[in-house]
Ligand binder design. Structure first.
Ligand SMILES: NC(=O)c1ccc[n+]([C@@H]2O[C@H](COP(=O)([O-])OP(=O)(O)OC[C@H]3O[C@@H](n4cnc5c(N)ncnc54)[C@H](O)[C@@H]3O)[C@@H](O)[C@H]2O)c1
Length: 334
């Protein structure tokens, strides 16, 4: 398969952007689209000059669909990924893979049994400052990571209506938004062992938390702290990484990254000066390379499952007001 015919399931903002990027990369066309919203379906069909199809199962079984992009709300990823796996079509699924570990396990098992690739869009780790922080650590500029704290706060009215206001479809703030940060924390710190979380619903606009603190113990006693909020009119994005010989701070999606060894000077790198492929193009290229040429994908289903597991531990911790071991959610069946 050199040229990929893509079917798009859930033709909202994200999936359409991803599909346009696939076309621009010059290796794909969009042959079929499906969406339960008829207006969205008609717009997508005309935008891509693709066939509008009634449902995911019909789309996945079309001979002109080689692979699919799943961009439905998180609570619907399971049904759509299972439909693609049953038809043996490789999948790019937006994050979070599922809203529980049990859902992730069903999807991973279905894809493994079908022998098809499942790629999940944990794109945040590919954004320039996040990626550069990994370079600073891997080049041993400030020693080994010991503690990470991330503050991602803001106020988005998009969460006050539609599917984003409903836990059933979103999973919760930690899944819809901060599964990105959980994935990045694991990339920097290694495997998580236990989680303690406190949550609140300050504004009550959604039927889930709009404010949470999550404390994570990683392997070898490393620690992580995430402050996530959707009830902060003054928004902020900040990463602080404490290492054995120095530290690093960065501003996330923009601004700069600074690092300083305890016995050396501050080095500052501007996000705007970090050139390279757009992070979304990079994840899609990795998916296409893995699908067409067998290259190793940048993000694995295990990565996606672990990020969901960290969130699930946090939800159980907040509900039961106790630290929750990762093993409690990873080893559960059903
Ligand atoms: N990686 C990122 O940077 C990023 C950014 C935004 C959203 N996302 C993810 O993308 C996904 C979609 O978000 P969005 O912003 O595009 O939302 P959206 O509301 O714009 O699009 C969702 C679409 O899914 C359709 N849909 C609803 N139920 C469906 C079902 N059962 N099957 C198929 N389609 C269904 C809706 O009609 C809608 O057109 C979510 O998983 C979200 O977390 C990722």
């Amino acid at each position: 398969m050199d040229y990929v015919n893509i079917g798009v399931i859930g033709c909202g903002h994200m999936a359409r952007d991803l599909a346009h990027r696939c076309i621009k990369l010059g290796r794909c066309r969009v042959s079929a689209v499906t969406d339960p919203d008829q207006e969205t379906l008609a717009v997508a069909a005309s935008e891509f000059m693709a066939e509008p199809v009634a449902d995911a199962e019909t789309l996945c079984n079309r001979p002109d669909v080689d692979a699919v992009i799943v961009g439905s709300p998180p609570g619907a990823h399971l049904e759509n990924v299972l439909a693609a796996a049953a038809a043996r079509r490789p999948i790019f699924c937006e994050k979070p893979l599922g809203v529980t570990v049990a859902e992730c396990d069903r999807m991973i098992q279905a894809c493994d049994s079908a022998g098809i690739m499942l790629f999940v869009g944990h794109v945040l780790r590919l954004f320039p400052l996040f990626a550069y922080s990994r370079t600073v650590v891997s080049e041993d500029k400030i020693g080994e990571p010991r503690a990470i704290s991330i503050c991602r706060t803001g106020y988005g009215t998009a969460f006050h209506r539609g599917w984003r206001a409903k836990r059933e479809l979103v999973g919760g703030l930690l899944l819809e938004v901060n599964v990105h940060e959980l994935d990045y924390m694991r990339v920097m710190m290694g495997e998580p062992l236990r989680v303690f979380a406190l949550m609140d619903n300050v504004y009550g606009k959604m039927d889930f938390e709009d404010q949470c603190y999550v404390l994570i113990e990683f392997e070898a006693g490393k620690t992580g702290c995430l402050h996530a909020s959707m009830s902060s009119p003054i928004g902020e994005y900040r990463v602080h990484l404490q290492c054995t010989r120095g530290n690093l701070v960065h501003g996330g999606f923009g601004g700069s990254l600074k690092y300083q060894p305890a016995d050396g000077q501050v080095t500052e790198v501007l996000s705007a000066d970090l050139t390279g492929m757009n992070p979304y193009d990079r994840e899609l290229s990795s998916w296409i390379d893995a699908m067409t040429g067998g290259a190793k994908p940048l993000i694995t289903p295990h990565d996606a499952r672990m990020a969901v597991a960290m969130a699930e531990c946090a939800y159980r911790s907040a509900a039961e007001r106790r630290p929750v071991e990762l093993s409690e959610v990873l080893n559960r069946r059903g």
